[in-house]
Ligand binder design. Structure first.
Ligand code: NAD
Ligand code: MG
Length: 395
């Protein structure tokens, strides 16, 4: 008889959160929802509590928490409401929790994701920004506590699936020569630099293959998503950025590949549906139904590949630069990007200003060793100040 696993879903109202709940709901014999969290969407979170009956719900502010409590009382739902960072860390590290889906977007996810790692949980990592900001501390916390870290980002999940599973050897000892990180190229893959100058947030958020939150959609359009993923892969697989090639593959059928010294290339394929990596993470090392359409090779007319154009998409080179700089540089890159993307979504800057702002912040701010979480948070805060100053100058 299988024991039902208790799952906390951080960022439950988002794209990854809802896909996670979709997979969980298919397997009531295996998974139960322990806690759900959202930043501000009271009604959505209340509806999810009705559907999934969690022990806890966590929301951003005290006011929102009161509204949620009132709503749940009317709906007769017996879920305890907490709020803020303390509430998030509580449900991420609670003794009754088996797995934590880390699906808050951006730096806001760092503390609860780290709390889950420190508490030795099975951490299903979608929140790539947490690893980009504090990779060293995060990987150390996982090692110290004996937590299990499973990548949910489709590319990293693919790479994980293409690597040997039952070994403690390093990648090179396993004969790995290169990681081939695939990228769709985003909605502006064929746009000129001039055309990209005038694009709107709506155009940037209309991704050709994936339906995602607005921030990661803009990241995909600038290719900063691939830059963040490059750094994420360096930490997850203990490899330098020089061991990772980015391959643009517009159909998003191959989700990434690993090339071995004997010439073998192993790829993981599937329809672009995040429920595949989510189901893999939930059930690992087993496999469960994810509700995903089977891949129909007769319907795929072709699989195309091309090199990324780093002139039109400078964010990729900026991410490689930040990784090479080390220390707090990746946290600075991430914070500058978050500010620039928010400013673009608010129509305060143009699309091509995003990379310019990140480059300027990286140039202005000196890098220090990321020894503690406080050091990382201070670098993050300083980068946000500098980035906001540049946004104000442009606006
Ligand atoms: P989203 O915008 O759809 O959802 C974000 C979630 O985080 C929401 O539940 C929101 O309430 C919560 N949140 C936002 N700000 C918060 C704050 N300050 N405090 C607490 N909670 C907050 O985003 P998404 O597309 O689901 O992406 C989530 C994470 O997963 C991101 O890190 C993204 O890079 C990563 N990811 C997403 C996809 C995808 O297909 N959507 C794929 C790979 C990785
Ligand atoms: Mg990805």
């Amino acid at each position: 008889m299988s024991v039902i696993k208790q799952i906390t879903v951080l960022g439950a109202t988002g794209s990854i959160g809802l896909n996670t709940l979709n997979v969980i709901a298919r397997h009531p014999d295996k998974y139960a929802v322990f806690a759900l969290t959202a930043n501000s969407k009271v009604d959505e979170l209340a509806d999810l509590c009705v559907a999934h009956k969690p022990q806890y719900a966590v929301i951003g502010s005290v006011n929102a928490a009161q509204q949620l409590k009132d709503k749940l009382t009317v709906l007769n739902v017996d879920t305890e409401v907490l709020c803020g960072d303390d509430g998030l860390c509580h449900v991420a590290s609670h003794a009754q929790v088996d797995s934590v889906m880390a699906a808050i977007v951006g730096a806001a996810g760092l503390n609860p994701t780290l709390a889950a790692a420190k508490a030795g949980k099975k951490v299903l990592l979608a929140n790539k920004e947490a690893l980009v900001m504090a990779g060293d501390l995060f990987i150390q916390a996982v090692a110290d506590s004996g937590a299990t870290l499973l990548p949910i980002d489709s590319e990293h999940n693919a790479i994980f699936q293409c690597l040997p599973q039952t070994t403690n050897k390093s990648l090179s000892e396993n004969g790995v020569e290169k990681i081939l990180l695939t990228a769709s190229g985003g909605p502006f893959r064929q746009f000129s630099a001039e055309q990209m100058r005038g694009v709107s947030p709506e155009q940037a958020c209309a991704h050709p293959n994936w339906s995602m939150g607005r921030k990661i959609s803009v990241d995909s359009a600038t290719l900063m998503n691939k830059g963040l993923e490059l750094i994420e892969a360096c930490w997850l697989f203990d490899i330098d950025e020089s061991g990772i090639d980015v391959v643009v593959h517009p159909q998003s059928i191959i989700h990434s590949m690993v090339r071995y010294v004997d010439g073998s290339v192993i790829a993981q394929m599937g329809n672009p549906d995040m429920r595949t990596p989510i189901a893999y993470g939930l059930a690992w090392p087993d496999r469960i139904d994810a509700g995903v359409e089977p891949l129909d090779f007769m319907q795929i007319s072709s699989l195309d590949f091309e090199a990324p154009d780093e002139q039109r998409f400078p964010c990729l080179a900026l991410a490689r630069q930040a990784w090479q700089q080390g220390g707090t540089a990746s946290a600075v890159l991430n914070a500058a990007n978050e500010i620039a993307v928010a400013a673009f979504l608010n129509k305060n800057i143009g699309f091509t200003d995003i990379a310019i702002i990140i480059e300027q912040v990286l140039a202005k701010q000196s890098t220090v060793k990321a020894t503690t979480i406080e050091v990382v948070q201070a670098a993050d805060a300083e980068a946000r100040l500098i980035a906001n100053e540049i946004v104000a100058e442009i606006h």
